[in-house]
Design a protein around this ligand. Sequence first.
Ligand code: KIV
Ligand code: ZN
Length: 504
Amino acid sequence: MRGIALLGRIRFLDTTLRDGEQTPGVSLDTEEKLAIARGLDALGVQVIEAGSAMTSVGERQSIKAVSAAGLNAEICSYVRALTADVDTALACDVDSVHLVVPVSDLHIECKLKSDRKSVIRKAVEVTEYAKDHGLIVELSGEDASRADQDYLAGLYLAGIDAGADRLAFCDTVGVLVPEVATEVFGRLSRLGAPISVHCHNDFGMATANTIAALRAGAAQAHVTVNGIGERAGNTSLEEVVMTLESLYKIDTGIKCQDIYQLSRLVSRMTGLPLATNKAIVGENAFTHEAGIHVHGLLADTKTYEPIHPETVGRKRRIVLGKHAGKASVELALREFGIGVSDEQLSQIVTRVKELGDKGKRVSDADLQTIADTVLSIQKEPKVKLQELTVVAGNTVTPTASVKIQLNGSDRLEAGVGVGPVDAAINAIRRAISGVADVRLEEYHVDAITGGTNALVEVWVTMAMADRKITARGADADIIIASVEAVLEGINRLMRLEEEDRLNV
Ligand code: KIV
Ligand code: ZN
């Protein structure tokens, strides 16, 4: 497709557990780091930067646990040019160190209060020390994109002489542009050791710069899952992998079909939600609303999708709103096993558009309610809320008790949770256990109006076996809105399951 300068296999150093964890507010415990490291290993990345060993006792425990997990990937710790840092990394049984020295005058003078010669001296000394202790060394220049490039090349050459196995060029504040990346990496890739590209996304160009560097000869890309990292984040693993695979037809060796699952895991464990329009892994990346698009998709999915969602472990979603057309509504109804005449379809489309015109996205549960109305089907809810009590405060464990009517009989249950909403949802799930095994997969709140008395709209994605549906609830009280959405979802899922059973 395009002139491809790439030779040999590109390697990935994933730094989700180090640079990604530097995202403000994120702190991963050992179990979480292990789970993510296992996911990265299964995905096929070559190097996992598991953390910075000198950071804390907990960090060392986590790095040690990742090193001991028997993964195929090389396990790496970030270190400064200090032999004490290397000792700490060695105590965590890592395979390699990412040895970072500042290389721009700004960083050398303002941050390190040092000078160019001393930085090279320390880099050489600590590289030799790490090599003498059996470590693989990746010698990295921090703020390399703002450094004097002749000085940088001199530092790298001194590092290679001292035994560095790999080099890394950090675009620490994301100021690189692709043309410069092409020129710089064309030169640096000929120094005599494989070079990595490490980009930040301050101007939204981390992926473009990384691809340009790889095309110019960089051997390894530093990436994070979902592009998490300080400020605007790091280069996103999924964007680079899928650009190489789909646009440059390069086999990266990464198990692309596992990308989405790992993205969800990282989002959950870091508590960092994804922008809905995030490339590849965002909620809307394979979601379609506009009627004309869905019409095209029905003819051939390539019309409005650059790759099949299944390639990255996802499913296509059709959402309904004011842009919906007959094709998209019919498709959505078909997915719920609802057959309609042409006349009924027109009526349903009109009602969907009416809701859309009010600024509403139409949930799966909304669509089914509209269809029930148009088809004049009277359906009693299977689960009805009768009473809900929630206790929360700064000195009590959030606790909820619910009384529901399930298939006509009363059930009383209690649940605790991390907050009152969680407690209420847990109480409902306990109350229906044994009858319906329902999972809450996504939960999202929007304030419809401003202020503390805002009307909130809660969106949930609920799943039962392998069926998923969306539902929503709206109320001035977030707990009531959440319970309404969850009950709506449960009722719809139970009804669909019953219909499946009756149709068998
Ligand atoms: O972006 C950066 O400069 C870094 C280094 C500290 C390795 O993450
Ligand atoms: Zn970084």
